[in-house]
Design a protein around this ligand. Structure first.
Ligand SMILES: [Fe+2]
Ligand SMILES: [Fe+2]
Length: 146
């Protein structure tokens, strides 16, 4: 299995969570509940971003054509990580909701860019065999049997 297919499957699960949180967050009444939800989503987003960076982005680094998109993707990972770190420090409920909903929107747009640009680029620059090898590494990291 290609790593790009594995990552697309992960995006699909995140989209379901993003849609659920878009509905849920506006009705939340305690800042502690926003922090709990953000920590839960953040733990999953962090492993997704780490796997992308350590397996896919690293393999694309030797290809100069990928440098621009990789810079954007890495910067967006940092923005998401930074916002996730900021949420627990915010005491005001509305501000905390706004930060969390903004983060979800940034992540959604980031995923769409990976799908439209980066994963296609990876396909043409790395080829089927390399994507398959990276897919096996992904399965080991995620502890799934393929
Ligand atoms: Fe990403
Ligand atoms: Fe991704």
């Amino acid at each position: 299995m290609k790593i790009t297919d594995a990552l697309l499957g992960e995006h699909g699960v995140f989209y379901a969570q993003f849609d659920h949180l878009d509905q849920l967050v506006p009705a939340v009444e305690r800042v502690a509940d926003i922090r709990t939800q953000a920590a839960l989503l953040g733990a999953a987003l962090a492993t997704h971003a780490n796997i992308e960076e350590e397996l896919l982005f690293k393999s694309l680094d030797p290809h100069p054509e990928a440098a621009g998109p990789l810079n954007v993707m890495r910067r967006e990972h940092q923005v998401v990580e930074g916002t996730l770190g900021q949420i627990p420090t915010v005491a005001e409920l509305d501000q905390s909701k706004e930060l969390f909903l903004d983060l979800i929107e940034v992540a959604r747009q980031h995923f769409a860019k990976e799908e439209r640009i980066l994963f296609h680029m990876a396909s043409s620059l790395l080829g089927e065999a390399k994507l398959g090898e990276l897919g096996s590494n992904w399965a080991k990291r995620r502890k799934v049997t393929v």
